[in-house]
Design a binder for this molecule. Structure first.
Ligand code: PFF
Length: 452
């Protein structure tokens, strides 16, 4: 007989788990380097608008779909649609989880390595020569074995959380780690703001220079709004499916978006104040936090301590997101295929870990997809998920609410458990239409970019 579905033990537990999913490498690694390369404040503003206009409606749709069906993404689409055609959208989500976690975990592994390097004082040694940090980074990521071991360690942590289930695994981990994350981040923000010349960094992040924002930046900001709130692949459907009818979904959604956005901005403040105060280039690209920051920490008082805090922050953020990605796959196999949690977790944790090994190798001499494209396996998987898979998943979620589930049904369900904030149906419909149109634009831009 089927066991009763597990549940979050409290509303706060659910909000922290969902916020833990949202806040991750996207906030602390990707957002700052994208903003750094695409116009700073101008990029930030586009990003904020996207979060509210595109992200919020889809986030609420996912929560509602999960809670009303008590199913994984595939089961949720199938049950609400009453047929099997829409289940493909859910399957696309499960596939996206495979793609994302395989590269996410490699970077999670780097965070463990860099926390260790910070603690053991290696940043100071590397920073003794001007291109020391860059050389150390290049040498580390291209090694054939070491980064793989860190990646496996990171995947191992995810597996250990997920086998314990919703309450004692995901919820307990998020409830412990999210407050830790906030405290660390606040300490780093204060450190950044008290550096001489920090104002430059704030101006960069908050004073828009529209001329610096290109079309590619706009498309990236849109795509990133999905990635950063974990949308378009059913993560929030999965987490919503462990809720009972007492939670206020609108309130939870607002909390998740505010925490996610607030933490991305705080990470931006911590990073850019230091980058500008110490006279570095903000457009450092993906190496911004692994090359530029390690060269800066040794220059500030207490550098070893702050460096260790920063990379622990990255690790904590990555871990609470990675578990949510793995949970999408696991819930699918439990609900739809009748697998036990332990078997599903070890099997799919293992398979994803193997794909991740090839991603890690693509930073060195072995790129498994070299015969197909010029991109590295890492860039391919990153681009495939954030430029195509998540936006397509999000588009179909918006369309699903509009044409299949129906806006009135969605609103009726979303309002269960709420204190009754009246949401006008027309406004909701408009929000989903705008959201869908914007996503069509993102996909269009990505395709143009691909062939241009
Ligand atoms: N939101 C996470 C981040 O910003 O790093 C990444 C992510 C997690 C994407 C879960 C998608 C997902 F389903």
């Amino acid at each position: 007989m089927n066991q009763p579905r597990e549940r979050w033990s409290s509303k706060t537990g659910f909000i922290l788990a969902a916020a833990g999913s949202a806040v991750g490498l996207g906030n602390i690694w990707k957002f700052p380097h994208m903003a750094g390369q695409h116009g700073g404040a101008a990029f930030t503003l586009v990003y904020l608008v996207c979060i509210v206009v595109v992200g919020m409606p889809i986030l609420l749709a996912e929560f509602s779909m999960g809670r009303s069906t008590q199913r994984n993404p595939v089961g949720a689409f199938a049950k609400l649609a009453g047929n099997n055609n829409w289940k493909w959208v859910g399957l696309l989500g499960v596939a996206s989880a495979f793609v994302i976690l395989s590269f996410y975990s490699v970077i999670g592994g780097w965070a463990i390595k860099y926390s260790w390097m910070a603690l053991s004082g290696q940043f100071a040694a590397n920073a003794a020569t001007p291109d020391g940090p860059q050389l150390a980074y290049d040498a580390f990521i291209s090694k054939p074995v070491e980064p793989i071991l860190w990646h496996l360690a990171f995947m191992g942590m995810c597996v250990l959380v997920i086998v314990r289930g919703i309450k004692s695994g995901i919820e307990k981990t998020s409830k412990t780690l999210m407050p830790v994350l906030l405290v660390i981040l606040l300490i780093l923000v204060v450190r950044g703001l008290t550096l001489e010349g920090a104002g430059e960094g704030l101006r960069f992040l908050f004073e828009p220079k529209w001329g610096d924002l290109d079309v590619q930046g706009v498309a990236l900001a849109l795509g990133h709004s999905f990635f950063t709130i974990s949308l378009g692949m059913g993560t929030m459907i999965t987490y919503g499916s462990y809720l009972d009818n007492k939670s206020d979904l609108l309130r939870a959604g607002i909390w998740v978006v505010v925490l996610d956005t607030g933490i991305a901005l705080l990470a931006g403040i911590a990073i850019f104040t230091a980058v500008f105060a110490l006279g570095q280039d903000p457009a450092g690209g993906p190496g911004l936090i692994f090359v530029v920051l390690p060269s800066l920490f040794p220059l500030m008082p207490g550098g070893t301590f702050f460096a260790f805090l920063f990379f622990s922050l990255l690790l904590v953020a990555a871990l609470t997101s990675a578990i949510s990605i793995l949970e999408v796959v696991i819930t699918y196999f439990i609900d739809e295929k009748g697998w036990g949690r332990v078997r599903a977790t070890y099997t799919f944790g293992g398979i994803i870990a193997v794909v991740g090994i090839f991603i890690s190798l693509s930073f060195g001499n072995f790129n498994i997809i070299a015969p197909l494209t010029d991109l590295s396996f890492f860039d391919f998987m990153d681009g495939l998920s954030s430029k195509y898979m998540l936006p397509v998943g999000g588009l179909f979620t918006a369309l699903f609410v509009l044409v299949k589930w129906g806006v009135p049904n969605f609103i009726e369900h979303m309002n269960v458990g709420s204190s009754g904030f009246p949401v006008p149906a027309k406004a909701v419909m408009a929000a989903f239409i705008v959201s869908a149109l914007v996503v069509v634009y993102i996909i269009f831009e990505s395709v143009i970019d691909l062939f241009g």
